[in-house]
Design a protein around this ligand. Structure first.
Ligand code: PHE
Length: 338
């Protein structure tokens, strides 16, 4: 009997169980009423009296060992969480909800994509700026009424720290750092002190472009903008340029595209004019070039700036600008397939 006990001891010590069924089989084999250890206890009466004491001790040890092993294995199963058999593999999985790109990012990326095909590279700069990069270098003299065009959020008054009102500040920084040729696109968030309504917000997004080289002309500007309008709104799109004023460009213009909703026929969206304004542009003022260390005798260039919200509205007809910053999934989800 001693050999049998030793044999079972070894077997139990080396036992590996992988599933709940195997664990139950172990319990039945060793610990149940019909198990091997119970059988040994039944046989115990046949052990010679002299050996009863030592065999009885071994037998008890074996029983304790089996019980302990069983408890440990059971514990390791429950701490692993559910065993395989507790999982209902036929149950349908919870749907994974996939996010969507924000409409403004979709449109911003498309604008960048269109201009990068003709050699523009992205330049970025800080949203918290100083007076020089936002106004001074761009030909806004301290007392010039043109400054009133921008309702600015000042963080500190002197020295001036402010939230940029346009991404032209990135153009200033680029021109100050690099000599031409320069061909950059400046996307980013800008801030103006506007009352928030369905058509105005205190922050919005711009993409501005700047091209400086030898012999750059207004004709180049017009051609690039026509290319952009057709790529963005379709090959049938027409453009028109109206004279305008910006302190940093001379001459300056605003560009309209033929209304992409009515095809130029006239509709409520274009106020029955057939045209919608999409951007401001012009030839970079010689004072701006000088302020940034570029010689206007050698170089000339153009700049343009467009509002991403405006282009997005034209593409998707969002009725209220505020929807872009409310994070309402019912609105954002609609851009899932784009
Ligand atoms: N910076 C101008 C604005 O914010 C846009 C603009 C850029 C106009 C470049 C002309 C040239 O309104």
């Amino acid at each position: 009997m001693k050999e049998k006990i030793e044999f079972l001891k070894d077997e139990i010590n080396n036992l590996v169980v992988a599933t709940a069924e195997e664990l139950e089989a172990m319990r039945i084999k060793y610990l149940s009423k019909k198990g091997e250890i119970t059988a040994l206890f039944t046989d115990f009466k046949n052990v010679p009296n002299d050996d009863k004491r030592s065999v009885g001790q071994l037998l008890n040890e074996l029983k304790d060992l089996a019980q302990q092993r069983y408890n440990i294995l059971k514990e390791s199963f429950s701490s692993k969480g559910k065993t395989d058999t507790d999982l209902d593999l036929t149950r349908t999985a919870d749907p994974i909800s996939v996010g969507t790109r924000h409409p403004l990012s979709i449109v911003k990326s498309e604008i960048i994509d269109i201009f990068s095909r003709i050699g523009f590279v992205v330049a970025e700069g800080p949203e918290i700026e100083d007076d020089w990069n936002v106004f001074g270098a761009l030909n806004f003299p301290p007392e010039h009424p043109a400054r009133d065009m921008q309702d600015t959020f000042f963080i500190e008054k002197s020295p001036d720290v402010l939230l940029r009102t346009h991404t032209s500040s990135v153009q200033t920084r680029t021109m100050t750092k690099h000599q031409p040729p320069i061909r950059v696109l400046c996307p980013g968030r800008v801030y103006r002190n506007e009352a928030i309504s369905y058509r105005a917000h205190c922050f919005f997004h711009q993409v501005e472009g700047l091209y400086i080289d030898k012999n750059v002309s207004f004709a180049d500007l017009k051609q690039v903008l026509l290319y952009f309008a057709k790529e963005m709104f379709g090959a049938d799109t027409h453009i028109r340029l109206r004279p305008s004023y910006f302190p940093f460009t001379e001459p300056s213009a605003e560009m309209d595209i033929s209304c992409n909703l009515c095809g130029g026929q006239g509709c409520p969206f274009c106020k029955y004019t057939g045209w919608v304004e999409i951007l401001g542009c012009g030839m970079v003022d010689t004072n701006v070039l000088k302020n940034c260390g570029i010689d206007p005798e050698i170089y000339s260039g153009y700049a343009f700036g467009l509002g991403v919200e405006r282009i997005t509205n034209l593409k998707f007809q969002a009725k209220d600008l505020r929807m872009f910053s409310e994070n309402d999934v019912r609105f954002l989800e609609q851009f899932r397939t784009i």
